[in-house]
Design a protein around this ligand. Structure first.
Ligand code: GLY
Ligand code: MN
Length: 464
């Protein structure tokens, strides 16, 4: 946990930004697997964590702006809990650690909310993604459980996004710690990658590294010879010589800040010429973004710039043709890169996605697109110092998508479908690093960069 003053300052700033009413921030409850006694591993809600810091389940934070009061609601554990799980400090002790003086049992939350409603106070809440909290919210404020998104407070969402988007020094320390664990995960995966080893074995080892060095892995590892599947989870299939292994994985630091990197390793130890051609295109796009991302630049323009580079490279090897600018404007390149360049990152690996991507990544100036591929861009707005973004261009050969577009004659002025045929079983390449926007440019988060230049990767995996 950070120093209590950090949480006090964050809540004070939030109060100022929202200005009036009462803010309700739910912590998460335990989520049962098949029965309540076997829950999924607990992860605190990121907004609760940001403002109230405590990681115990079953807490709700309230900031009554109009009456300048802060509360944490929750039930103290009883002797049965102590027997099974050990002693946990009382709710009032937990609250004191983050500078909150008012606590009360959960049953009293409704009384406080009812009193606020009776006085005509606005109740501000954010969209809920967990069903138990949708129901709890519905009970408190009288909306249907599925209305938490449409009835959420835009003022609160915007205030939280403003604050969480710009990472403070203590958060950058945590992001670097996550990056350090991510480095160990990815370099271990690169070293273990060999014919006959299963995807699941490598994923298990690297997730173990995340679990043992940080709080946990940041998301289910994507690790597959089928890199063309955007979120391809590992299987027990032994890996085959000649193919590529795509590994997209990250860690959470002890304070739950994330890392998210992707590397692609040749399973036989050497890239083929075909693999070098595709990899070099992605590498050029990735590096161009690092050279060009800086405050004031639109992330949308970083995305489009990366797409232009990919198109140029695909033209050079004969897979695309025509005018690059027109090809990118029409979305033809999206058969090869059907996703966005990257997303914000912080306490959530897709930072704040639960608050609504239109508030997190877009504004009046830059609006989301509906064009295939571009509609997956999670952020388009201008960068600010302190933003942390993932830079993750890719090229994929998705047989079903190629066949569909070919059968529909899609973008046939820009795509050489015959030349694409020999790549059908290629898989995919994505390279991903997390970048911190500085005052003048950007830098990769972390002290060490996971090897990614072609020769560097081959040398690294060959070394004992
Ligand atoms: N690293 C997984 C994703 O960004 O979707
Ligand atoms: Mn990512």
């Amino acid at each position: 946990m950070f120093a209590k003053e950090i949480y006090q300052q964050r809540r004070a700033e939030l109060k100022k930004k929202v200005g009036e009413g009462l803010i309700l921030l739910f912590g998460n409850n335990d989520a049962p697997n098949n029965y309540a006694g076997n829950p999924y591993r607990f992860r605190q809600d990121s907004c609760f964590l940001y403002y109230f810091g405590q990681k115990r389940e079953g807490l709700v934070g309230v900031i009554d702006i109009d009456n300048d009061q802060e509360y944490i609601f929750g039930d103290d554990i009883d002797i049965d809990d102590i027997i099974w799980f050990g002693y946990v400090p009382s709710v009032s002790e937990l609250a004191a650690e983050v500078g909150v003086t008012n606590t009360a049992p959960m049953a009293q939350l409704k009384t406080v909310i009812d009193a606020a409603k009776n006085k005509g106070q606005t109740i501000h809440f954010v969209p809920q993604c967990r069903h138990d909290l949708m129901i709890q919210l519905a009970d408190l404020v009288g909306i249907h459980p599925l209305q938490s998104k449409e009835k959420a407070s835009v003022k609160l969402i915007k205030a939280i996004v403003d604050m969480r988007a710009v990472k403070k020094p203590e958060e950058i320390v945590e992001l670097k710690a996550a990056a350090e664990i991510g480095y160990k995960m990815h370099t271990t995966a690169q070293k273990l990658c060999a014919p006959g080893v299963t995807e699941k074995y490598i994923a298990g080892v690297i997730e173990g590294i995340a679990m043992s060095l940080g709080d946990r892995y940041a998301f289910q590892s994507i690790l597959s010879m089928h890199g063309e599947i955007q979120h391809g989870f590992p299987s027990h299939t032994p890996m085959e010589a000649g193919r590529l292994m795509l590994c997209d994985a990250g860690a959470e630091s002890k304070e739950n800040y994330c890392s998210d990197n992707t590397r692609v390793t040749p399973i036989s130890g050497k890239f083929t010429q075909q693999q070098r051609d595709i990899y070099s295109a992605v590498e050029a796009a990735h590096d161009w973004v690092i050279e060009n991302a800086k405050p004031g630049v639109k992330w949308l323009d970083m995305h489009l710039g990366a797409c232009r580079i990919i198109t140029e490279h695909l033209k050079a090897i004969g897979l695309m043709k025509g005018d690059t600018e027109e090809a990118v404007r029409s979305g033809a390149h999206a058969m090869f890169m059907p996703h966005g360049l990257g997303h914000m990152m912080g306490l959530d690996v897709h930072d704040m996605e639960g608050l609504g991507q239109n508030y997190v990544g877009f504004d009046e100036e830059v609006q989301p697109s509906t064009q295939f591929g571009l509609n997956c861009l999670r952020c388009g707005r201008r960068l600010q110092p302190g933003f942390v973004m993932t830079d993750e261009p890719g090229i994929y050969f998705i047989p079903h998508l190629i066949d569909l577009w070919k059968s529909q004659g899609m973008h046939k002025d820009f795509i050489n479908y015959d030349a694409v045929e020999p790549f059908r079983n290629f898989g995919g390449v994505r390279l991903e690093d997390d970048i911190l926007i500085t005052d003048t440019g950007c830098q990769i988060v972390g002290d060490k960069v996971i090897p990614y230049h072609i020769d560097e990767v081959e040398e690294f995996i060959a070394k004992d």
